[in-house]
Write a protein that binds this ligand. Structure first.
Ligand SMILES: [Zn+2]
Ligand SMILES: [Zn+2]
Length: 144
């Protein structure tokens, strides 16, 4: 039987783990083509950007929608569905931590399935993919 002391100890450990987890302690894995997901806050078009190019070649807080060309920050272009997915994965990790004391590090979230067509911008060379025929490069806004 679990005593109150045991339960309090468990609760304290849980609080500690939760506290250590607090700062964005998860990884988003790119899809099979090395792409990460983005979504336009204006027209809701889903698109993808090569994760390497995203890290090394782009101004991440100056992203263009490849469909309607609206521009915004990385936060603006974070897909709603991905936010929901992250919430669910983290909730599950919290429950596992409580029930089985599974550590709350090493949480990874899978990107959506890869899109068939990959485009390369003729101006800035970043690789991207969209669910529609692109009107602009998500990095430099150039019309291809
Ligand atoms: Zn748009
Ligand atoms: Zn470009």
């Amino acid at each position: 039987m679990t005593s109150i002391t045991d339960l309090l100890q468990k609760l304290n450990k849980f609080k500690q783990d939760l506290h250590e987890f607090s700062n964005d302690n998860y990884t988003i894995l790119p899809d099979s083509k090395g792409m990460i997901d983005r979504q336009c806050p204006h027209c809701t078009t889903l698109f993808k950007i090569n994760s390497e190019d995203y890290e090394t070649k782009m101004q991440q807080d100056d992203i263009f929608c490849p469909n309607c060309k609206v521009s915004g920050t990385a936060d603006d272009f974070f897909p709603e569905e991905l936010k929901e997915k992250i919430k669910k994965v983290i909730q599950a990790a919290i429950i596992d931590n409580w029930n089985q004391e599974t550590p709350m590090n090493d949480i990874s979230i899978q990107s959506n399935a890869a899109l068939e067509m990959v485009y390369v911008c003729t101006n800035c060379n970043i690789r991207y993919a969209t669910t529609v025929s692109p009107n602009a490069c998500p990095s430099c806004g150039t019309t291809n």
